[in-house]
Design a protein around this ligand. Structure first.
Ligand SMILES: *[C@@H]1O[C@H](CO)[C@@H](O)[C@H](O)[C@H]1NC(C)=O
Ligand SMILES: *[C@@H]1O[C@H](CO)[C@@H](O)[C@H](O)[C@H]1NC(C)=O
Length: 342
C-alpha cells in the first residue's frame, strides 16, 4: 500500500512565530493519466497555497523539475522537490496500473487517477483540518475520514483497497502525521516566504447590472471582480431579508490574473428593483458593502478600467445614435416611399 505514499519531507520543529489574518490552506493536486498514444502515463502536479498556485510539475516537461508559479517560492529545497516529483511520477504510474487492473481495464486506455491532499490552519496558525482523497476516472475512489481514521470507498471497486488500508494502519498513520504536522510545517513556511502576496487582499470591484429577458422578467446581477482571496459572500436582500432560494449564484472563478470573479443574480417584477440590496462581504472590505441598482450609472466606484469602459460605452452610444439616425432616416425614406406608392 505504500505505493500511494509520498516520500516524507524532513520535518523540522514546528515553531509558530506569527499569526496570520484568516485561515489558510496548502493543497496538492496530483493526476496521472494514461492515453493510447502515450508510451508512459503522464503525471502532473499543482500545489496551491490558499488560492495561489505556487508550484507545478509535468512529467512531459523536458527539465523533469518543478516549475515555480510565483516569484517568492524559494528554490532552497529544489533538489529535494525535484527528487520527490520524479519519484512520485513513477509511484503514481504504478498506482494507476494497479487500480486499472482492479477494474479489469486494459493498460494504455484512457484512464486517470487523482489525489488531492492538504491541510488548513486557523488564523492563529494551529492545525484545523486535513484531507486525503483519491479518484479514479473522475469518480470518488477513496477518502480518509480524518476523525475516525477510516477510509470511505467511493464504489465497489475501491472496497478491497479500503479493507487493505484499514488492516494495515501504517498507511493511515502516515497520512495523519503528514497532514497534521508536515503539511502544516510547509504551509507556515510558504506563508512566511510569500506573506507579501499571500496575505495581501484585493477588495472586489462591485457593480449591479439590470437585465431584461425576452419574456419581460427583470434580473439584477451583483458582480464582484478583481478580488483576492477567493472567499467572498454575495447575498441579495429584499427589504432586508435574505433571498437565498431566489438567488442564482455562480461558482467563484479565477480571472487568470490571480484575482477572482463571482456574481449573484435575482429575478423580480419590473418596478421592484429598489426593494433589493446586494450585500458583499470580503476580507478586503473593512465592513460589508450594500449596493442597489442605480438606474443612471449602474457602476459603483470608478477605477481607470471603469472610466475607460464608460468612455467606450459613451463612444458606442454615440456611434449607436449615428447608426440609429441613419437607419431612422432610411426608415423615413422607406416610409415616404411607401406612402408615395400608396
Ligand atoms: C475482473 O475480472 C475478474 C476475473 O474475470 C472478476 O472476478 C472480477 O470481478 C472483475 N472485476 C471487476 C471490478 O469487474
Ligand atoms: C487556535 O484557534 C482555534 C480556533 O479558533 C482554537 O480552537 C485553538 O485552541 C487555538 N489554538 C491556540 C494554540 O491558541
Amino acid at each position: 500500500m505504500e505505493i500511494y505514499m509520498l516520500p516524507l519531507l524532513l520535518l523540522s520543529v514546528l515553531v509558530l512565530t506569527e499569526t496570520w489574518a484568516g485561515s489558510h490552506s496548502l493543497k496538492y493536486f496530483y493526476a496521472v493519466m494514461s492515453r493510447p498514444e502515450l508510451a508512459k502515463p503522464k503525471f502532473i502536479s499543482v500545489t496551491y497555497v490558499d488560492d495561489q498556485q505556487v508550484l507545478s510539475f509535468d512529467s512531459d516537461h523536458e527539465s523533469q523539475s518543478p516549475a515555480p508559479r510565483t516569484p517568492w517560492i524559494q528554490p532552497d529545497y529544489w533538489e529535494r522537490e525535484t527528487e520527490i516529483f520524479r519519484e512520485a511520477t513513477e509511484r503514481y504510474r504504478v498506482c494507476l496500473r494497479k487500480v486499472s487492473g482492479d477494474y479489469n481495464h486494459s493498460e494504455g486506455g484512457v484512464h486517470t487517477f487523482q489525489q488531492l491532499s492538504g491541510c488548513e490552519v486557523f488564523s492563529n496558525g494551529s492545525f484545523s483540518r486535513g484531507f486525503v482523497q483519491y479518484a479514479y476516472d473522475g469518480q470518488d475512489f477513496l477518502a480518509l475520514d480524518t476523525e475516525t481514521l477510516r477510509w470511505i470507498a467511493g464504489n465497489a471497486g475501491a472496497l478491497n483497497h479500503k479493507l487493505e488500508l484499514e488492516a494495515d494502519q501504517s498507511f493511515t498513520k502516515y497520512w495523519k502525521g503528514y497532514i497534521e504536522e508536515e503539511c502544516v510545517y510547509w504551509l507556515h513556511r510558504y506563508l512566511e516566504n510569500g506573506k507579501e502576496t499571500l496575505l495581501g487582499t484585493d477588495p472586489p470591484f462591485l457593480q449591479v447590472t439590470r437585465h431584461t429577458s425576452a419574456d419581460g422578467e427583470v434580473t439584477l446581477q451583483c458582480r464582484a471582480q478583481g478580488f483576492y482571496p477567493a472567499e467572498i459572500s454575495l447575498t441579495w436582500l429584499r427589504d432586508g431579508e435574505e433571498q437565498l432560494q431566489e438567488t442564482e449564484l455562480i461558482e467563484t472563478r479565477p480571472a487568470g490574473d490571480g484575482t477572482f470573479q463571482k456574481w449573484a443574480a435575482v429575478g423580480m417584477l419590473s418596478g421592484s428593483e429598489q426593494k433589493y440590496t446586494c450585500r458583499v462581504q470580503h476580507e478586503g472590505l473593512p465592513e460589508p458593502v450594500f449596493l442597489k441598482w442605480e438606474p443612471q450609472s449602474s457602476s459603483v466606484g470608478l477605477s481607470v478600467g471603469v472610466t475607460t469602459a464608460l468612455l467606450l460605452l459613451l463612444a458606442a452610444v454615440i456611434v449607436g445614435v449615428v447608426i440609429w439616425r441613419k437607419n431612422a432616416s432610411g426608415r423615413e425614406k422607406r416610409k415616404g416611399l411607401s406612402r408615395r406608392q400608396a
